[in-house]
Design a protein around this ligand. Structure first.
Ligand code: COA
Ligand code: MG
Length: 312
Protein backbone atom coordinates (compact mmCIF):
# COMPACT_ATOMS: atom_id res chain seq x y z
CA UNK A 1 0.00 0.00 0.00
CA UNK A 2 1.08 3.56 -0.58
CA UNK A 3 0.74 5.98 2.30
CA UNK A 4 2.36 9.15 0.97
CA UNK A 5 -0.63 11.48 1.34
CA UNK A 6 -3.48 11.25 3.83
CA UNK A 7 -6.15 13.86 3.04
CA UNK A 8 -8.27 15.01 5.97
CA UNK A 9 -11.86 15.38 4.86
CA UNK A 10 -14.06 17.06 7.50
CA UNK A 11 -16.66 14.48 8.55
CA UNK A 12 -19.39 17.10 8.87
CA UNK A 13 -19.14 18.36 5.28
CA UNK A 14 -21.28 16.18 3.05
CA UNK A 15 -20.29 17.93 -0.17
CA UNK A 16 -16.59 17.33 0.51
CA UNK A 17 -17.19 13.68 1.44
CA UNK A 18 -19.16 13.27 -1.80
CA UNK A 19 -16.40 14.66 -3.98
CA UNK A 20 -13.45 13.09 -2.16
CA UNK A 21 -13.69 9.91 -4.26
CA UNK A 22 -12.31 11.87 -7.22
CA UNK A 23 -9.17 12.96 -5.40
CA UNK A 24 -5.83 11.22 -5.83
CA UNK A 25 -4.76 11.05 -2.16
CA UNK A 26 -3.34 7.65 -1.19
CA UNK A 27 -5.58 7.70 1.89
CA UNK A 28 -8.77 9.64 2.61
CA UNK A 29 -8.94 10.30 6.34
CA UNK A 30 -12.50 11.20 7.26
CA UNK A 31 -12.23 13.43 10.30
CA UNK A 32 -14.47 13.30 13.34
CA UNK A 33 -12.08 15.27 15.55
CA UNK A 34 -10.87 18.87 15.20
CA UNK A 35 -12.72 19.78 12.02
CA UNK A 36 -16.10 18.87 13.60
CA UNK A 37 -17.61 21.04 16.34
CA UNK A 38 -18.93 19.17 19.42
CA UNK A 39 -22.58 19.86 18.56
CA UNK A 40 -22.00 18.52 15.04
CA UNK A 41 -20.34 15.22 16.03
CA UNK A 42 -23.48 13.08 15.92
CA UNK A 43 -24.53 14.33 12.48
CA UNK A 44 -20.94 13.89 11.21
CA UNK A 45 -20.88 10.28 12.41
CA UNK A 46 -23.91 9.59 10.24
CA UNK A 47 -22.29 11.23 7.24
CA UNK A 48 -19.03 9.33 7.73
CA UNK A 49 -20.91 6.07 8.16
CA UNK A 50 -22.60 6.61 4.78
CA UNK A 51 -19.43 7.85 3.06
CA UNK A 52 -17.13 4.94 4.00
CA UNK A 53 -18.70 2.28 1.75
CA UNK A 54 -19.15 4.71 -1.16
CA UNK A 55 -15.52 5.84 -1.08
CA UNK A 56 -14.25 2.29 -0.64
CA UNK A 57 -16.42 1.24 -3.59
CA UNK A 58 -14.75 4.02 -5.61
CA UNK A 59 -11.44 2.27 -4.89
CA UNK A 60 -10.17 4.60 -2.18
CA UNK A 61 -8.30 3.60 0.98
CA UNK A 62 -10.50 5.04 3.74
CA UNK A 63 -9.50 5.87 7.30
CA UNK A 64 -11.43 7.67 10.01
CA UNK A 65 -9.88 9.94 12.63
CA UNK A 66 -11.61 9.44 15.96
CA UNK A 67 -11.57 11.58 19.08
CA UNK A 68 -9.12 10.69 21.84
CA UNK A 69 -9.88 8.17 24.58
CA UNK A 70 -9.90 11.02 27.12
CA UNK A 71 -12.70 12.77 25.15
CA UNK A 72 -15.16 9.95 25.86
CA UNK A 73 -16.26 10.01 22.19
CA UNK A 74 -14.12 7.23 20.78
CA UNK A 75 -16.66 4.42 21.03
CA UNK A 76 -19.44 6.42 19.36
CA UNK A 77 -17.06 7.56 16.62
CA UNK A 78 -16.01 3.98 15.87
CA UNK A 79 -19.53 2.59 16.06
CA UNK A 80 -20.57 4.30 12.84
CA UNK A 81 -17.31 4.15 11.00
CA UNK A 82 -16.23 0.52 11.39
CA UNK A 83 -17.71 -1.55 8.58
CA UNK A 84 -16.53 -3.31 5.44
CA UNK A 85 -14.57 -0.74 3.47
CA UNK A 86 -12.91 0.99 6.43
CA UNK A 87 -9.17 0.28 6.27
CA UNK A 88 -7.98 2.13 9.32
CA UNK A 89 -8.61 4.40 12.27
CA UNK A 90 -6.47 7.26 13.50
CA UNK A 91 -6.49 7.84 17.25
CA UNK A 92 -6.15 11.53 18.06
CA UNK A 93 -4.04 12.79 20.98
CA UNK A 94 -2.63 9.44 22.04
CA UNK A 95 -1.21 9.79 25.53
CA UNK A 96 -0.43 6.25 26.67
CA UNK A 97 -0.16 2.58 25.81
CA UNK A 98 -3.27 2.03 27.94
CA UNK A 99 -5.35 4.24 25.65
CA UNK A 100 -4.13 2.28 22.64
CA UNK A 101 -5.21 -0.95 24.32
CA UNK A 102 -8.63 0.56 24.98
CA UNK A 103 -9.03 1.53 21.33
CA UNK A 104 -7.92 -1.92 20.33
CA UNK A 105 -10.78 -3.38 22.42
CA UNK A 106 -13.29 -0.86 21.02
CA UNK A 107 -12.22 -1.66 17.49
CA UNK A 108 -12.61 -5.37 18.10
CA UNK A 109 -16.07 -4.80 19.56
CA UNK A 110 -17.12 -2.85 16.47
CA UNK A 111 -15.53 -5.31 14.07
CA UNK A 112 -17.54 -8.12 15.65
CA UNK A 113 -20.74 -6.04 15.58
CA UNK A 114 -20.29 -5.14 11.90
CA UNK A 115 -19.20 -8.45 10.47
CA UNK A 116 -15.62 -7.33 9.92
CA UNK A 117 -12.83 -9.85 10.58
CA UNK A 118 -11.42 -9.00 14.03
CA UNK A 119 -8.03 -7.33 13.96
CA UNK A 120 -8.23 -6.15 10.35
CA UNK A 121 -8.86 -2.44 10.89
CA UNK A 122 -5.44 -0.76 11.07
CA UNK A 123 -4.59 1.83 13.69
CA UNK A 124 -2.48 4.96 13.29
CA UNK A 125 -1.74 6.77 16.53
CA UNK A 126 -1.29 10.51 16.66
CA UNK A 127 1.42 11.86 18.97
CA UNK A 128 0.41 15.40 19.83
CA UNK A 129 1.85 16.21 23.25
CA UNK A 130 5.07 16.15 25.24
CA UNK A 131 3.75 13.24 27.36
CA UNK A 132 2.70 11.29 24.26
CA UNK A 133 6.15 11.82 22.78
CA UNK A 134 7.89 10.62 25.95
CA UNK A 135 5.79 7.45 25.89
CA UNK A 136 6.00 7.04 22.13
CA UNK A 137 8.00 3.80 22.27
CA UNK A 138 5.55 1.93 24.53
CA UNK A 139 2.61 3.44 22.61
CA UNK A 140 3.99 2.19 19.31
CA UNK A 141 4.22 -1.37 20.66
CA UNK A 142 0.84 -1.42 22.44
CA UNK A 143 -1.18 -3.10 19.67
CA UNK A 144 -0.40 -5.25 16.67
CA UNK A 145 -2.95 -3.19 14.75
CA UNK A 146 -0.69 -0.17 14.71
CA UNK A 147 0.77 0.50 11.27
CA UNK A 148 1.91 4.07 11.72
CA UNK A 149 2.63 7.02 13.98
CA UNK A 150 1.44 10.49 13.10
CA UNK A 151 2.87 13.74 14.37
CA UNK A 152 0.17 16.25 15.31
CA UNK A 153 2.29 19.38 15.07
CA UNK A 154 -0.24 22.06 15.98
CA UNK A 155 -1.36 20.39 19.20
CA UNK A 156 2.22 19.48 20.06
CA UNK A 157 3.29 23.13 19.74
CA UNK A 158 0.31 24.19 21.82
CA UNK A 159 1.14 21.65 24.53
CA UNK A 160 4.76 22.80 24.60
CA UNK A 161 3.74 26.45 24.69
CA UNK A 162 5.87 27.15 21.63
CA UNK A 163 5.22 29.05 18.44
CA UNK A 164 4.71 27.16 15.19
CA UNK A 165 6.95 28.61 12.49
CA UNK A 166 7.07 27.92 8.79
CA UNK A 167 10.62 26.57 9.07
CA UNK A 168 9.27 24.17 11.73
CA UNK A 169 12.66 23.69 13.44
CA UNK A 170 10.64 23.56 16.70
CA UNK A 171 9.33 20.13 15.61
CA UNK A 172 12.69 18.61 14.71
CA UNK A 173 13.13 16.69 17.96
CA UNK A 174 9.55 15.35 17.90
CA UNK A 175 9.92 14.33 14.25
CA UNK A 176 13.20 12.51 14.89
CA UNK A 177 11.85 10.73 17.97
CA UNK A 178 8.68 9.63 16.18
CA UNK A 179 10.60 8.43 13.13
CA UNK A 180 12.97 6.39 15.30
CA UNK A 181 10.16 4.88 17.41
CA UNK A 182 8.26 4.02 14.25
CA UNK A 183 11.25 2.42 12.61
CA UNK A 184 12.17 0.41 15.71
CA UNK A 185 8.64 -0.99 15.87
CA UNK A 186 8.45 -1.67 12.11
CA UNK A 187 5.92 1.11 11.53
CA UNK A 188 5.68 4.09 9.21
CA UNK A 189 5.81 7.72 10.35
CA UNK A 190 3.46 10.35 8.90
CA UNK A 191 4.00 14.06 9.22
CA UNK A 192 1.68 16.78 10.46
CA UNK A 193 -0.41 18.74 7.92
CA UNK A 194 0.79 22.04 6.46
CA UNK A 195 -1.81 24.69 7.23
CA UNK A 196 -0.78 27.36 4.69
CA UNK A 197 -2.98 26.41 1.76
CA UNK A 198 -1.31 28.51 -0.94
CA UNK A 199 2.33 28.23 0.18
CA UNK A 200 3.31 25.17 -1.84
CA UNK A 201 7.03 25.93 -1.60
CA UNK A 202 6.78 25.89 2.19
CA UNK A 203 4.82 22.64 2.05
CA UNK A 204 7.51 21.00 -0.07
CA UNK A 205 10.31 22.22 2.22
CA UNK A 206 8.53 20.84 5.28
CA UNK A 207 7.76 17.51 3.58
CA UNK A 208 11.40 17.20 2.51
CA UNK A 209 12.52 17.85 6.08
CA UNK A 210 10.19 15.09 7.31
CA UNK A 211 11.32 12.70 4.63
CA UNK A 212 14.97 13.33 5.46
CA UNK A 213 14.28 12.30 9.07
CA UNK A 214 12.56 9.05 8.11
CA UNK A 215 8.90 9.89 7.47
CA UNK A 216 7.16 8.13 4.61
CA UNK A 217 4.16 10.42 4.13
CA UNK A 218 2.28 13.47 5.31
CA UNK A 219 -1.25 14.39 6.27
CA UNK A 220 -2.73 17.16 4.10
CA UNK A 221 -5.74 19.41 4.51
CA UNK A 222 -6.26 20.55 0.93
CA UNK A 223 -6.39 18.77 -2.45
CA UNK A 224 -3.68 21.16 -3.73
CA UNK A 225 -1.21 19.55 -1.36
CA UNK A 226 -1.63 15.99 -2.62
CA UNK A 227 0.61 16.09 -5.69
CA UNK A 228 3.50 18.02 -4.09
CA UNK A 229 3.49 15.52 -1.22
CA UNK A 230 3.49 12.60 -3.65
CA UNK A 231 6.43 14.17 -5.46
CA UNK A 232 8.44 14.46 -2.24
CA UNK A 233 7.64 10.97 -0.97
CA UNK A 234 8.19 9.18 -4.29
CA UNK A 235 11.61 8.37 -5.71
CA UNK A 236 12.57 10.59 -8.67
CA UNK A 237 13.22 9.13 -12.14
CA UNK A 238 16.97 9.65 -11.63
CA UNK A 239 16.86 7.88 -8.27
CA UNK A 240 15.03 4.93 -9.81
CA UNK A 241 17.44 4.62 -12.74
CA UNK A 242 20.44 4.82 -10.41
CA UNK A 243 18.90 2.32 -8.00
CA UNK A 244 18.48 -0.19 -10.83
CA UNK A 245 22.14 0.27 -11.76
CA UNK A 246 23.15 -0.21 -8.13
CA UNK A 247 21.24 -3.49 -8.05
CA UNK A 248 22.94 -4.60 -11.26
CA UNK A 249 26.37 -3.76 -9.81
CA UNK A 250 25.50 -5.56 -6.57
CA UNK A 251 24.46 -8.71 -8.45
CA UNK A 252 27.75 -8.67 -10.34
CA UNK A 253 29.64 -8.16 -7.10
CA UNK A 254 27.96 -11.10 -5.46
CA UNK A 255 28.60 -13.28 -8.50
CA UNK A 256 32.29 -12.43 -8.14
CA UNK A 257 32.24 -13.11 -4.41
CA UNK A 258 32.81 -9.43 -3.50
CA UNK A 259 31.15 -7.54 -0.63
CA UNK A 260 31.79 -4.10 -2.10
CA UNK A 261 32.30 -2.70 -5.60
CA UNK A 262 32.59 0.67 -7.26
CA UNK A 263 29.90 2.33 -9.41
CA UNK A 264 30.59 5.75 -10.96
CA UNK A 265 33.09 6.57 -8.24
CA UNK A 266 30.80 5.47 -5.38
CA UNK A 267 30.97 2.37 -3.26
CA UNK A 268 28.14 -0.13 -3.44
CA UNK A 269 27.78 -2.60 -0.57
CA UNK A 270 24.89 -4.44 1.11
CA UNK A 271 23.05 -1.55 2.86
CA UNK A 272 23.35 0.61 -0.25
CA UNK A 273 21.98 -2.24 -2.37
CA UNK A 274 19.16 -2.79 0.14
CA UNK A 275 18.15 0.87 -0.11
CA UNK A 276 18.25 0.63 -3.90
CA UNK A 277 16.02 -2.45 -3.73
CA UNK A 278 13.60 -0.50 -1.61
CA UNK A 279 13.49 2.38 -4.10
CA UNK A 280 12.83 0.00 -7.00
CA UNK A 281 10.06 -1.71 -4.99
CA UNK A 282 8.50 1.63 -4.17
CA UNK A 283 8.60 2.70 -7.82
CA UNK A 284 6.86 -0.54 -8.80
CA UNK A 285 4.18 0.04 -6.16
CA UNK A 286 3.54 3.56 -7.45
CA UNK A 287 3.29 2.38 -11.06
CA UNK A 288 0.97 -0.43 -10.08
CA UNK A 289 -1.26 1.89 -8.00
CA UNK A 290 -1.45 4.36 -10.89
CA UNK A 291 -2.42 1.68 -13.41
CA UNK A 292 -4.90 0.21 -10.90
CA UNK A 293 -6.64 3.56 -10.52
CA UNK A 294 -6.76 4.05 -14.31
CA UNK A 295 -8.30 0.66 -15.00
CA UNK A 296 -10.60 0.20 -12.00
CA UNK A 297 -10.70 3.48 -10.15
CA UNK A 298 -8.76 1.60 -7.47
CA UNK A 299 -6.17 3.01 -5.11
CA UNK A 300 -4.23 -0.15 -5.77
CA UNK A 301 -3.17 -2.99 -3.59
CA UNK A 302 0.47 -2.64 -4.42
CA UNK A 303 2.95 -3.46 -1.74
CA UNK A 304 5.72 -0.98 -1.23
CA UNK A 305 9.28 -2.16 -0.76
CA UNK A 306 10.52 -3.90 2.32
CA UNK A 307 11.53 -0.99 4.58
CA UNK A 308 8.88 0.50 6.81
CA UNK A 309 10.37 3.98 6.57
CA UNK A 310 9.54 4.02 2.91
CA UNK A 311 10.29 7.68 2.37
CA UNK A 312 13.94 6.80 2.12
N1 COA B 1 -11.27 17.43 1.27
C1 COA B 1 -11.96 17.35 0.14
N2 COA B 1 -12.17 18.40 -0.69
C2 COA B 1 -11.64 19.57 -0.33
C3 COA B 1 -10.89 19.72 0.86
C4 COA B 1 -10.72 18.59 1.69
N3 COA B 1 -10.03 18.65 2.82
N4 COA B 1 -10.49 21.00 0.97
C5 COA B 1 -10.96 21.64 -0.11
N5 COA B 1 -11.65 20.79 -0.89
C6 COA B 1 -12.31 21.11 -2.17
C7 COA B 1 -13.33 22.22 -2.03
O1 COA B 1 -14.57 21.70 -1.72
C8 COA B 1 -13.29 22.84 -3.39
O2 COA B 1 -14.04 22.02 -4.27
P1 COA B 1 -14.80 22.64 -5.53
O3 COA B 1 -13.73 23.29 -6.38
O4 COA B 1 -15.44 21.46 -6.18
O5 COA B 1 -15.76 23.63 -4.95
C9 COA B 1 -11.84 22.73 -3.80
O6 COA B 1 -11.31 21.65 -3.04
C10 COA B 1 -11.05 23.99 -3.52
O7 COA B 1 -11.20 24.36 -2.15
P2 COA B 1 -10.95 25.84 -1.65
O8 COA B 1 -12.05 26.75 -2.07
O9 COA B 1 -9.55 26.24 -2.05
O10 COA B 1 -10.95 25.67 -0.08
P3 COA B 1 -12.17 25.88 0.93
O11 COA B 1 -12.18 27.30 1.39
O12 COA B 1 -13.40 25.29 0.38
O13 COA B 1 -11.69 24.95 2.14
C11 COA B 1 -10.56 24.43 4.13
C12 COA B 1 -10.53 25.28 2.89
C13 COA B 1 -9.28 24.64 4.93
C14 COA B 1 -11.76 24.81 4.99
C15 COA B 1 -10.65 22.94 3.70
O14 COA B 1 -9.57 22.69 2.86
C16 COA B 1 -10.73 21.95 4.82
O15 COA B 1 -11.72 21.83 5.51
N6 COA B 1 -9.64 21.13 5.01
C17 COA B 1 -9.61 20.10 6.01
C18 COA B 1 -9.55 20.69 7.41
C19 COA B 1 -9.40 19.62 8.44
O16 COA B 1 -9.78 18.49 8.26
N7 COA B 1 -8.80 19.99 9.59
C20 COA B 1 -8.57 19.07 10.64
C21 COA B 1 -7.33 18.30 10.45
S1 COA B 1 -5.89 19.26 10.72
MG1 MG C 1 -4.48 17.63 16.55
Amino acid sequence: MLYRSHLFVPGGREELLDKAGNLAADVLCLDLEESVLPEEKERARGLVSAAVPKLAEAGKTVHVRVNSIQSGDTRDDLAGAVQAGLSGAVLAKTESAASVRQVDVLLREQELAHDVKPGTVDLIVAIESAGGLLRCEEISRASTRITGLMLGGEDFAFDMGIRRTKGSHELTHARSEIAVCARAAGLQAFDTPWAHIDDIEGLIAEAEQARSLGFSGKYVIHPKHIQPVHDVFSPSEDEIIYARRVLGAWEDAQAKGLGAVQLDGHMVDRPIAERAKHIVGQAAAITSAASGSESAGGSGSATAGSGAASGQ
